[in-house]
Design a protein around this ligand. Structure first.
Ligand SMILES: [Fe+2]
Ligand SMILES: [Fe+2]
Length: 183
């Protein structure tokens, strides 16, 4: 789903509406990420990978807290699907962790690759219309790329059924993004 991300054009929705959608989906995504890592930690909290997972979980909590503030400041409502992402995120984290540390890391790689593209796309859409927000999203993106690299270093690509996990998690993440942008 790497559609081109043209900068805003005449006839596009007003900037405030577009920013509301951006913040809503990002708030949902960062919340989902915190839940994925919570699910992973409940299964792998005493494993060799626990330290790495805990660090990533802390970053997602920071991202989510920042988006909570942005939503409040800009009076944007959260997605109606928030309760669903709590359950789905946790289930995804716990289920992949039950397959083993490498499968959990494969899940992380897949999620972070989708989020990397997603933040990049949003940053291009925003252009200079809200340069401060764009800079924040790009700094989150840097963190997500670092998480992907950690997960690869932790052996993600050696997970059994890596390709299957990758395709399933990426598809699920894209559906979640699509839904959270609209609802
Ligand atoms: Fe994040
Ligand atoms: Fe992340």
């Amino acid at each position: 789903m790497s559609e081109p991300a043209p900068h805003r054009l005449p006839g596009d929705p007003p900037l405030t509406a577009e920013i509301a959608r951006i913040l809503r989906v990002d708030h949902a995504g960062e919340f989902g990420a915190t839940r994925i890592y919570e699910g992973q930690l409940d299964v792998l909290g005493r494993s060799r990978a626990a330290g790495a997972i805990r660090e990533m979980a802390e970053a997602e909590k920071r991202h989510f807290a920042r988006l909570e503030t942005l939503l409040r400041e800009r009076r944007v409502r959260p997605t109606l699907l928030h309760p669903l992402w709590s359950v789905a995120g946790y289930a995804l984290g716990a289920a992949t962790a039950l397959l083993g540390e490498r499968a959990a890391m494969a899940c992380t790689v897949a999620v972070e690759e989708v989020i990397d593209e997603h933040y990049q796309w949003q940053a291009e859409r925003l252009g200079d219309d809200d340069a401060a927000l764009r800079a924040e999203l790009l700094s989150f993106r840097d963190d997500e790329i670092a998480h992907r690299d950690v997960a690869i270093a932790e052996g993600a690509e050696k997970a059994p059924v890596y390709d299957l996990i990758s395709v399933a998690v990426k598809t699920g993440s894209r559906i979640a993004i699509w839904l959270s942008t609209r609802f």
